[in-house]
Design a protein around this ligand. Structure first.
Ligand SMILES: [Zn+2]
Length: 313
């Protein structure tokens, strides 16, 4: 069974960039945000990272065939009902328990089984040692924990809550939808609360014995080569600097991927900049910056972020 590297964290924390860079490493197959695959791809046939519709992508066609005997065999509404029944952020305290009623475990296992089948098939078809699921949702990682025999390793990507909050206020178009749509937006107060809840959930996962490696997005982007070598070691991959030639200074050369769902950055191909996005330092109004800083102060401090904003200039 392949190892599963799960990228977790609150959205807008840089997980898509981390996923794309990991996907360039030999022995790695990056799958995108599988949590959204059921609805956006299997049901709505949105576009794969390679540019074609999900149903027209040879890679995902082969994965569906091997995992389920074809995607038409998957009852998407059953998967979504299970998701609703077991994989909610508010269920995390329950999911993190050491024991659960048998009937609840059965539902979690049924749900996790769909993911395990995809991981196994994707690894077999790509020949990868490690598959990357960048679903981000800690609740899903907590569900996967219950699947017997899954080699689950979690990379917890954190980014300064004030940068995350600013990013959630921006309008981002979802190019993969049939009718151009926008990604969800949150107020800084709302995203600050989500930032706390989602990040805290990964500490619970570590307490249940799942290997969790926390990385700070800002540090990773400042030195992606070191960051990738570190993550490769965490994933049990034998990578050397010779495998990192696709990173050149502040740019990376990306090939097309089959990232199934997620941030529009999954469509980026060719040279992409690797620069810290520090726009929030100037653009997030001081009153909101202070609000987010106050709400998130305990974890910001725990993760090593200075509470007082120093101007980048
Ligand atoms: Zn594809």
């Amino acid at each position: 069974m392949a190892k599963v590297l799960f990228l977790g964290g609150l959205g807008r924390s840089g997980t898509t960039l981390v996923e794309r860079l990991l996907g360039e490493l030999p022995g790695v197959c990056a799958l995108g945000e599988i949590v959204h695959l059921w609805q956006r791809d299997v049901r709505d046939d949105e576009r794969c990272g390679c540019g074609v519709r999900f149903s027209a992508c040879d890679f995902w066609d082969a994965v569906g065939e091997r995992a389920f005997g074809g995607w038409h065999q998957v009852d998407v509404y059953r998967v979504l009902a299970l998701q609703n029944a077991v994989e909610r952020t508010r269920y995390i305290p329950r999911l993190a328990a050491s024991r659960l009623p048998e009937e609840h475990v059965a539902l979690i296992e049924e749900y996790a089984g769909y993911y395990a089948a995809i991981y196994e098939a994707a690894a077999a078809i790509s020949g990868a040692e490690v598959v990357v699921d960048s679903s981000k949702h800690s609740a899903l990682a907590h569900c996967l924990r219950w699947w017997p025999g899954l080699d689950l390793r979690v990379v917890h990507v954190v980014r300064d809550a004030r940068g995350v909050a600013y990013s959630w206020t921006k309008t981002v178009v979802r190019p993969e939808a049939e009718v151009p749509a926008e990604m969800t937006r949150y107020s800084p107060a709302r995203s600050a609360l989500l930032w706390n809840a989602h990040n805290a959930a990964f500490a619970l996962l570590a307490r249940r014995g799942i290997p969790v490696r926390r990385i700070r997005y800002e540090e990773f982007v400042a030195d992606p080569r070191t960051g990738l070598l570190d993550l490769a070691a965490f994933a049990g991959l034998d990578i050397t600097v010779a495998d990192l030639k696709f990173i050149d200074g502040e740019e990376a050369e990306l090939r097309p991927s089959h990232s199934a769902a997620g941030n529009p950055m999954r469509f980026s191909v060719g040279r992409v900049p690797l620069r810290r996005d520090e726009a929030w330092r100037e653009a997030l109004p001081p009153v909101q910056r202070r609000l987010v800083g106050t709400v998130c102060a305990p974890l910001l401090t725990a993760y090593g972020y200075p509470l007082r904003n120093r101007s980048s200039r």
